[in-house]
Design a protein around this ligand. Structure first.
Ligand SMILES: Cc1cc2nc3c(=O)[nH]c(=O)nc-3n(C[C@H](O)[C@H](O)[C@H](O)COP(=O)(O)O)c2cc1C
Length: 133
């Protein structure tokens, strides 16, 4: 009898804890921040934000990228210059407003030269992510 009570108590406690964890994650305030030049990442970001109930934030460059800037075959294009220079920090327009209200921030970006575009470094350095997941 003692053993049965112990098992029931453990089960009750475990289920309670897992429900509490789920509740905490569900009630977390989430933001999906994304950078996208040709719309693919934007679409994915929108789907993820819808699925998890997050707000959306577009990481906008101070100077928009035109098609010629994105030509990775051109050694002199803007994106090639930026990606060849690890210290390149293309300016971001604006900041996340009231970042304090978010618990979890997802960052979405396209792959450029097997890396995150340098503007993502600018974005990370410009905003204060202390304590954020
Ligand atoms: C400058 C540049 C470099 C890229 N480098 C890579 C790469 O290394 N690997 C890859 O799979 N795709 C690469 N791509 C393709 C992009 O990751 C892909 O087109 C992406 O979907 C673009 O996202 P967006 O529409 O949100 O801008 C590159 C695209 C650009 C413009």
């Amino acid at each position: 009898m003692k053993n049965i009570l112990l098992i029931l108590f453990t089960l009750f406690f475990a289920l309670g804890t897992s429900a509490q964890t789920k509740k905490t994650v569900n009630s977390s305030k989430k933001l999906v921040a994304y950078f996208s030049c040709t719309g693919n990442t934007k679409q994915a970001a929108q789907k993820i934000a819808d699925a998890i109930g997050a707000e959306l934030y577009e990481i906008k460059p101070a100077k928009a990228y035109v098609a010629a800037d994105l030509d990775y075959r051109n050694k002199k294009s803007r994106s090639t210059f930026e990606m060849q220079d690890p210290s390149s920090r293309p300016a971001v327009s604006g900041k996340i407003g009231n970042i304090k209200k978010y618990d979890i921030i997802y960052v979405g970006y396209p792959i450029w030269w097997n890396l995150a575009p340098r503007i993502i470094n600018s974005f990370i350095e410009k905003n204060n992510f202390k304590g954020k997941k």
